[in-house]
Design a binder for this molecule. Structure first.
Ligand code: ATP
Length: 199
């Protein structure tokens, strides 16, 4: 379960989030939309612990593991995709080779590709970003503009993945400008003027 309690955040005295609250449980697929600069990435960074809020707090339950794709995913540029994913998974001692290989195959990425990630296209990097957010069996997953750069087949694969995660009772929150046709959300929210409301 994820509880976001009265989060407030400003940058240089400019308020971005004002008293944002949300309670969400496993099995929910939630969509957050909102105009450019409304604070979607800022909210995800606070939930992931990459940024501290000015006020408010984020609560997870014991055993919750958070996965996130936020803005442009960063990798070890001169290493292969598999080396990058192994490195990330090993940080938490949760690297699962067979699961990671399956995800790479599902997204049409060659597990034996020896090219460094620096040579990957925007869409290929985005797929790696999605894979690292789910490959450790994370149960709370935040995805910021996840379909950016994905071709139609990869979007279909992404929709399948999210449907599967929902069946596994994972909590998935997608922030995006468009609804991503084919995804059936349990809740649609809009972030605007610092407030998170039902869309
Ligand atoms: N580190 C920072 N320092 C100063 N201002 C910031 C910082 N990070 C974000 N902002 C500002 O906070 C506001 C919200 O940015 P954020 O990236 O969260 O928006 P967003 O909703 O994700 O936007 P988009 O839809 O364009 O990706 C913007 O005005 C942005 O300029």
């Amino acid at each position: 379960m994820l509880i976001i309690k009265n989060i407030t955040k400003s940058f240089q005295q400019q308020p971005v989030l004002t008293n944002v609250s949300l309670t969400a449980t496993g099995g929910e697929l939630i969509h957050i939309s909102g105009p450019n600069g409304c604070g979607k990435s800022t909210l995800f960074k606070i939930v992931s612990g990459l940024l501290l809020p000015d006020e408010g707090k984020v609560e997870l339950e014991k055993g919750d593991v958070l996965g996130a794709l936020i803005e442009n995913p960063q990798f070890l540029e001169y290493e292969t995709a598999m080396t990058n994913l192994r490195f990330l998974g090993n940080l938490n001692h949760r690297f699962d080779m067979s699961k990671t290989e399956t995800l790479l195959q599902q997204f049409g990425l060659d597990i034996h590709n020896h090219q460094p990630v620096s040579k990957y296209s925007v869409g290929m990097r985005q797929k790696l970003g999605i894979i690292q957010a789910v490959m450790e069996n994370q149960n709370i997953i935040l995805l910021d503009e996840p379909t950016r750069g994905l071709d139609p087949d990869s979007i279909k694969q992404f929709i399948k993945l999210l449907t599967h995660l929902k069946q596994e009772k994972k909590l998935v929150i997608v922030a995006s400008h468009d609804q991503i046709a084919g995804l059936a959300y349990d809740r649609s929210l809009i972030l605007q003027a610092g407030q998170l409301d039902d869309a």
